[in-house]
Each structure stands twice: as C-alpha cells, then as structure tokens.
Design a binder for this molecule. Sequence first.
Ligand code: SF4
Length: 384
Amino acid sequence: MKGSLYIHVPFCLRKCAYCDFYSLPDQLSLKEAYVKTVCEELTLQAASFDVTEVHSIYFGGGTPTLLTGHEVKEILRTAFTAYHICPDAEITMEGNPGTLTEANLTGYLEAGVNRLSLGVQSFDPGELSMLGRIHTPEEAEHAVRLARKAGFRNINLDLMYGLPGQRADGFERTLRRAISLYPEHLSCYSLIVEPGTPLALRIEQNQVPPLPGEETILEMEETMKTLLREQGFHRYEVSNYAREGFESRHNLTYWECEPYLGIGPAAHSCIGSKRFYCPDDLKKWLLGPSTERYLEEGDNQESDRRFERVMMGFRMTRGVDLARFWEDFGARPECFWPKTLSEMKKMNMVREQDGRLALTETGMDVMNYWLVKMMEEEESTKEY
Ligand code: SF4
C-alpha cells in the first residue's frame, strides 16, 4: 500500500488568537538544528515505514514557509534518498501569506514542492486582525499572485467561517474574493473555539462580537456549496472543494486511513494497525534518541479502527471502500451497525456506488447525528 510523509514545522512568527496547534513564535534560532534532526529522523524511520511507495509529502505546521528553499531542498533530498517516492508525488508546503517571498517560492519549486496551501482564513481586515493573523487581505492576494508568477500550478486557500460577528454576506464576500484568485482547491472550515486560546477568553469576556447562530452558519454553508459548485469546484470531502483532478492526495491518505509517517514534534503517525505520536516539545525532540521520540496512542482496538474507517470514509463524498473494509475487518459495515445503517438506507442517507458506501448530500449535512447513533449501537452490543 502507498503511504505519505508528514513533516511538522513548529515555527511561527506570531501566535494567532484561535490557534492550538503546536507552534512556537520565538524559536527561529533552533531552525538549523531542527532541519538537521528532521533529516536524521527521516533516515532512521525509513526502515519502519513499510509502504510500497510514498505518494505525498506534506510540510505542515506551524508555518513551513519560514523554511528557506535551501532547507526544504535538504529535507526533500534526504526523503528521496531514504524512501521510494513516486515520481509524481504530491509535495505540499503549508504557508502563511505574510511570509512568502519570490526567493523562497522559487526555492521551494526547485526543491520539488508542487503544491502550496495558504492559510488565508478571511478577506475581511477586521476579521483577520481579530484572529491575530499577520497579513492583510491585500497581502494574501499578493501572495497568491507571487506564487503563480513563480510557477505554482496547484494552490489551495484555507478559509474560516463562523467567526465572531461574521454575517452570511460577509463570508460570501470572502468566498468570492478567494474564487477570483482562481485557486485549484479551497478548504473551508467552521471556526472551532479551542479552550484556553486568547480568542476563547475574549469570547467568554464579551470582548468580541458574539458567534453567529446555527441558522447563520447553515446559510453560510448553503452559500458556500452553491457558489463553489457554480464556479466549477466539487465537494469531495465535508470541508474540501477542488477543481477536477486537484483533490489533495495527502489529505485523502488520512480519510482513507492509509499509512502515514509523521516527523517532528507533535507529529502523528499511523503504521499498520498502530498509531504513534511525538510529544510536543521541540527542545526535547532535538535531544532525544529516535526510538524514544515515538509514543503509542491509545490501545488501537479493532472496534475503534473499524469505527474510524467509517467515520473518516463518510467524510468523503466517495465514501468507504467496501472491499478494503471487508479485507481488514472480515465483513461489511452492515454486520457491525445493522440497525443504524438500515435506518440510514431507508431514509436515503447512504448510497452504495462503485464498491463504496457513501453518505448522500443530506446524509453528509447530518453526519454527526448518524455517527453518534452508530457509536451508541456499538456500545449497546458490547459484551461486558
Ligand atoms: S500561523 Fe497557523 S500554526 Fe501559526 S499560530 Fe497561526 S494558526 Fe497557528
């Protein structure tokens, strides 16, 4: 089976108000040691990553675009030496529009990067400042133009909706401005207020306008679906839209529950039936011996993996691969959740097509409701 590499770059210029990712705003002096350790780690872990070939590499963060072209080249050269990488592998850099320069964009392309994913979030200056982003709407537009000029032919823009004080027409303006830049891919996530973040505190203390209500969120989602469909994007995952042929291969690895190896502090891996993670501590990660950097996650029971396969598969419009499900778990999903899946079929919430079981559009809108029902059914059949 094919697999993916994920490289976590834990550096940022400044912490955004809503962010709870592992990213450090004041540690750039450790960048050189970080790059060296990523290369060592890539080489050391190669033997344990048992895949036929690597078909995607993803630099996530943090702000990977704080790495220079030369640093990215060094990491990719090591990866290409230690792993069997497909000649047409998708190689993505996540980036903050406030950090792009002509020189680093050209350097990334020369290093082999062929996809750029920019965290734009909004085209409203007030929203960007409330979120603590380091760029203006104009800088985000400039970044996309710069990337095009450098030669990037596959660009994703990340947008957020459901922001404090945001109205449906405001989000529509952001969407339209994003579309006018002709990206190949758009990821649109509803804001999740993470406890303990500065934004959560401001919301709690009424220092920012209230969060939009459920109806407004639904209106935003409807506008998003209609507008993006009209503009030639197809929704291939709950929050992800792409022009034909530009679906993110890397993200599909996660939703298909295929193997991936994560390198760097706070990076997660999934190899065979096991999940691992590196603790989120850059300084410790730079010191520790490789084998001790990986800790096993949970007890990886088969019932958890089975549920996860369906949960992730239902996120994609193409759904769960039934042949693979059978191969790994010895039966069809209906054998494990007979009541819920039969109810879903009767209500036209799922459909079977091309050997896959997928949610219908209506089913996708209420996915969480059905996942909870499946969990309850699983619990009620457990023997104690
Ligand atoms: S740029 Fe991304 S990773 Fe860095 S603080 Fe902002 S949201 Fe977090």
